[in-house]
Design a protein around this ligand. Structure first.
Ligand SMILES: *Cc1c(COP(=O)(O)O)cnc(C)c1O
Length: 515
């Protein structure tokens, strides 16, 4: 007998909480009621709160939420629990649907995707084995194939859904490392670990996402293995600087195993010249990984697709659906040009995907992923693509890019503002420019410029008026619109710019008075 369990002749009685599960008509009624109440609370919160954020600061939230009981001994009605969620959490949530929520690569999700979310969470398919997700596994394969085609990949390409760019970049660089070690050093990293003294180097631009460095760390190469290359005025990797870096690496006897190109940098939306980078990768026999987490959405639009010219030559691609494809988090994909290279990650586990299943072609997604249990997130873009059509989605992507051009024009025309970079996608980086007529503020004094711009962003956040992002451009703080919401219009952005200038002028005068 198991320790701690007393013997009994009576069969265990199911717990009262069975009513909290789907599966019989009572459960279905509870589910319907719960969803209906959740919808009501959502709409109520949309109706009662104005602007993208209530402005509550973190200290107030910590203080307030410290009173919440997290694991009570006994439960309460779901109705009352959801009320609490609405009162305590929804009120102080960022409203990604608000046209003035223009800070991050953080999109309003489409309604078709939210319907899919309901189905995929309620059915809870797990993608780590066919017998936990039969139709879901096959549909994910179909969607991955369609995405490969969208990026111009040849037959034989493969891929998998991921939690987003971080995971996709990690997977790309993991395969790049292992492939390089196999072809150059005849070393199977999966079993033997890294070859000693290999001195692997990875190249990316200084505006590449931080996850390139993070992956180098996680992959046992160290962040010093990342060679960051300067960018040009448009924030694209400078090819001369790249060539110099490649030559230097070779001269030092190091090995450039991968080039990471960015199609849509997080800060500027800039797109590295992909075809010339593919040329470099073939010349040095290294892997080209394109981080298209943001800009990958151009593939859906006939008008914008030329921006990605050359992406079909990449060994692997990271694309995020939870950015410019309007899917709820997390939803991304990793695409691999030559699907055979997945052999580098091959793993068969008796309880999930025994080899005999591979022999008869049973879908095997667990070997393609960094994760084991995994949501059926692929359903979300499937439902969105089909509900909106390629054209419907393309219109959204094209619109926000047009919006960026229009607001850049406004910024150029405003004497109090400075445009930091020409927009390529839907991101606009700019600054309030102090000093128009006083001696005490030096518009070339980076400290003052940075301080004022940071304060503008902070005040607009606290007032919940506009949710702007911040970043540094050449070491000086700047402001940023990341435009994803197709409901945002030029007049919203014009008002946001006016708010920026108003704040800027007030802050500037305060600063002058304090000098
Ligand atoms: C957002 C982003 C990432 C990180 O992706 P997650 O989906 O947040 O993991 C990586 N690269 C770029 C260019 C990004 O914009």
């Amino acid at each position: 007998m198991t320790a701690g369990r007393s013997h009994s002749d009576v069969d265990p009685v199911p717990p009262a909480a069975t009513s909290a599960f789907l599966g019989d008509p009572d459960g279905h009624v509870s589910y319907e009621n719960a969803i209906e109440q959740a919808c009501d609370l959502l709409f109520e919160s949309f109706a009662t709160v104005e602007g993208p954020y209530a402005g509550t600061d973190h200290e107030t939230l910590r203080e307030r939420l410290s009173d919440l009981t997290v694991v009570p001994a006994d439960g309460d009605s779901l109705e009352s629990v959801l009320e609490t969620v609405a009162d305590e959490i929804l009120v102080d949530s960022v409203r990604v649907h608000d046209p003035d929520c223009v800070a991050h690569l953080h999109c309003p999700p489409t309604i078709p995707a939210l319907a899919a979310e309901l189905l995929l969470s309620a059915t809870n398919q797990s993608m780590d084995s066919f017998d936990q997700a039969p139709a879901a596994s096959v549909l994910e394969e179909r969607i991955v194939d369609a995405c490969c085609e969208l990026f111009g990949y040849p037959p034989g390409a493969d891929g998998v859904f991921t939690s987003g760019g971080t995971e996709s970049n990690h997977l790309g660089l993991l395969l790049a490392r292992d492939w390089y070690c196999e072809t150059r050093f005849d070393c199977e990293v999966q079993t033997a670990g890294l070859p000693s003294g290999a001195d692997l180097r990875l190249l990316c631009s200084e505006d590449a996402h931080f996850t390139a460095e993070q992956a180098a760390h996680h992959l046992g190469l160290g962040e010093d293995a990342v060679v960051t290359v300067a960018t040009d005025d448009d924030r694209r990797i400078d090819l001369d600087a790249l060539d110099d870096a490649l030559e230097r690496i070779a001269a030092d006897g190091h090995h450039p195993f991968a080039i990471v190109a960015t199609a849509g940098t997080t800060d500027f939306g800039s797109i590295d010249p992909l075809a010339p980078l593919a040329d470099r990768a073939s010349a040095y026999d290294c892997w080209l990984h394109v981080d298209a987490a943001y800009g990958g959405a151009c593939a859906i639009s006939d008008r914008l697709r030329p921006k990605l010219a050359g992406i079909d030559r990449a060994d692997s691609i990271a694309v995020d659906f939870h950015k410019l494809f309007y899917q709820p988090l997390g939803c991304g994909a990793f695409l691999l040009r030559d699907g055979d290279r997945y052999r580098l990650l091959e793993r068969n586990v008796a309880y999930l995907n025994p080899e005999r299943d591979d022999d008869v072609g049973v879908p095997n997604l667990v070997s393609k992923s960094l994760r084991t249990s995994r949501r059926f997130d692929a359903l979300k873009p499937y439902v969105t693509f089909n509900a909106l059509g390629r054209s419907g989605l393309a219109e959204c992507v094209e619109y926000v890019c047009d919006l960026a051009d229009a607001v850049a024009e406004e910024i150029r025309a405003a004497p109090a503002l400075e445009l930091c970079c020409e927009p390529e996608l839907s991101t606009v980086v700019f600054r309030y420019r102090p000093d128009r007529g006083t001696d005490s503020i030096d518009s070339n004094d980076h400290d003052d410029v940075g301080r004022i711009n940071r304060a503008i962003r902070d005040e607009l956040l606290t007032d919940g008026e506009v949710l702007l992002a911040r970043t540094d451009v050449d070491g000086v703080s700047a402001l940023k619109f990341t435009l994803l919401n197709p409901r945002t219009t030029v007049s919203h952005l014009r008002a946001a710019l006016e708010a920026v200038v108003d704040r800027g002028e007030t802050l500037e005068h305060e600063l002058i008075d304090s000098v």
